[in-house]
Unconditional design. Structure first.
Length: 370
């Protein structure tokens, strides 16, 4: 695709940089790598891989660095990736054929699935929808110092569901990440008065990830007060429920979990959240309707965040355990079989299913694995 530039910002990306550059080198007419202060072989690897490397003084602002990488591109369309991303072969083939359907004058941005996290079996557990290809002449700019994004007007955007970017860090690349970096950047931004909805949402996320549940709840509520119709509202309400759960304030967790369902009854995550609140309090009969509702919801194709497990094994796994505790072994087995294909602990699920089969057949097993 002679009309395509690659834009990347990197720092200490030696473990994965060659991999990602190699995966797209034949698709891009140019590869622009902006280095923000690497102390390893990142720059040398980029040059050896055929990229143009430019230095950028780090100012605790990812949007500024990405905008610089875009400014250096010369082709009409820009593909951006991070150093620990990759595009698998099937998606590479589809990307190479992506021409008139998406890359025409009707659009300025192409959104694609970003498979951000995987379990031990290699199954995706978190999918995001990200702006992935941008028209250079549209002059779109990255915003926000961390968890940066580009706003593409909806009428100028298209979603391509079958070209998937995967986030695949290695243990080495994870070790290069500065612990608490994003939280520090957001604290600085908020101290400068940059209390916009995106900064507040991700500040709350960082607080939650650092185990600061009470502060996270306050930050999520600050976000909700200023967020209008933002799609992140559903996630903020869910996270407030989870924080209350961590704090063992179960009534409040249930209240906020039910509110999340009210906000978006077409998603499975909050149904499962409420089901698990009941389940952990040993309210099995109350839990079953929520897990059942979750199992009936179809996975969104272009959602803001999609936690894949909620649309795969999770509701069936809990339903299997619930029905088993109630003595309904046939339903327990039916749900257990549905949970098995994508479950991260397939060995446990298969043992449970075998146990249930023996119960149904009337033979007493030696061990109970549930």
């Amino acid at each position: 695709m002679s009309t395509l530039s690659l834009a990347m910002i990197v720092r200490d990306a030696e473990p994965t940089l060659a991999r990602v550059l190699e995966s797209v080198s034949d698709l891009c007419a140019e590869m622009i790598v902006v280095d923000t202060g690497s102390r390893d072989r990142t720059v040398e690897i980029a040059i050896e891989s055929g990229a143009q490397v430019h230095a950028f003084d780090w100012i605790d602002d990812f949007a500024a660095a990405r905008n610089r990488s875009f400014e250096l591109c010369t082709k009409e369309w820009i593909l951006w990736l991070d150093a620990d991303d990759l595009i698998a072969e099937e998606s590479r083939k589809r990307l190479s054929k992506l021409k008139t359907d998406a890359l025409n004058e009707a659009f300025d941005g192409v959104f694609m699935p970003y498979q951000y996290a995987f379990n031990a079996r290699g199954k995706c557990i978190l999918t995001l929808c990200r702006e992935r290809l941008l028209r250079r002449s549209a002059g779109l700019k990255w915003k926000y110092p961390v968890h940066e994004c580009i706003h593409v007007p909806p009428e100028r955007a298209v979603f391509v569901h079958d070209v998937i970017v995967e986030h695949r860090p290695t243990s080495e690349s994870r070790a290069t990440k500065e612990h608490g970096r994003n939280l520090k950047i957001l604290e600085k931004a908020l101290s400068r008065g940059e209390r916009n909805e995106r900064n507040l949402f991700y500040y709350a996320q960082e607080l939650r990830d650092h185990g600061r549940s009470e502060e996270a709840i306050m930050a999520y509520r600050d976000f909700l007060e200023c967020s209008g119709r933002s799609p992140e509202r559903y996630w903020a309400v869910r996270r407030i429920a989870s924080c209350y759960g961590v704090m063992e304030q179960h009534d409040l967790a249930l209240k906020w979990g039910l509110l999340a369902i009210e906000m978006d009854a077409e998603r499975a995550e909050a149904y499962n959240d409420v089901g698990m609140i009941h389940y952990r309090q040993n309210r099995i009969r109350e839990a079953i309707p929520f897990f059942s509702a979750a199992s009936a919801v179809q996975k969104p194709q272009n959602g803001f965040f999609v936690e894949d497990c909620h649309y795969q094994w999770l509701p069936y796994d809990y339903l299997s355990t619930c029905y088993m505790s109630m003595g309904d072994y046939e339903k327990a087995l039916e749900c257990g079989l549905k949970a098995a294909p994508d479950h991260p602990d397939i060995e446990r699920v298969e043992k449970n299913n075998q146990f249930l089969m023996k119960l149904i057949e009337g033979r007493e097993p030696r061990l109970h694995y549930a």
